[in-house]
Design a protein around this ligand. Structure first.
Ligand SMILES: [Mg+2]
Length: 149
């Protein structure tokens, strides 16, 4: 992985990649690429809803099914974490790597977003509200949202 640092070149401040100054064109290219790779709740919801329409039998799913799906994915996550722990501690049995845990974490988020969409819940607002509620409950300073970023 490349290391980015700041430095000074002939004509002023510079961003260095592995010790070499980047041109403005390279910086802009990297920023645009990073922007395309970032995922917002809105883009996530839009793709999730679109793919849901492509899923054979989706019209047969209801709140109960979608809630069970979240629980099922949480169970798969627990299983993956257990197998990761086996790998880390040398316990006999099937093992997985961190990529399998990441896959199941993603499945939990995807299924949770589908349930939220089905119930008409804005997950972005819900996360901000609950995050801040917990921060306030425990007297923590870190909060999310426009006033707290
Ligand atoms: Mg899964």
């Amino acid at each position: 992985m490349s290391e980015y640092t700041q430095g000074v070149c002939h004509d002023g401040a510079a961003i260095l990649k592995d010790g070499q100054p980047l041109s403005i064109e390279h910086i802009l290219e990297a920023l645009m690429e990073a922007d395309q790779q970032s995922l917002t709740f809105d883009r996530f919801r839009q793709a999730n809803n679109q793919r849901q329409l492509e899923w054979p039998g989706y019209e047969q799913t209801d709140t109960t099914f979608k809630a069970l799906e979240v629980c099922g994915e949480a169970g798969e996550l627990a299983e993956a974490v257990k197998k990761l722990i086996r790998a880390e501690r040398g316990i006999a049995g099937s093992t997985v790597g961190l990529d399998a845990v990441a896959d199941e974490l993603a499945d939990v988020l995807i299924s949770a977003d589908l349930l939220a969409a089905h119930l008409g819940i804005d997950l972005s607002k819900a996360v901000i509200k609950k995050f801040n509620k917990t921060s306030m409950k425990y007297g923590l300073e870190t909060k999310l949202g426009e006033d707290h970023q």
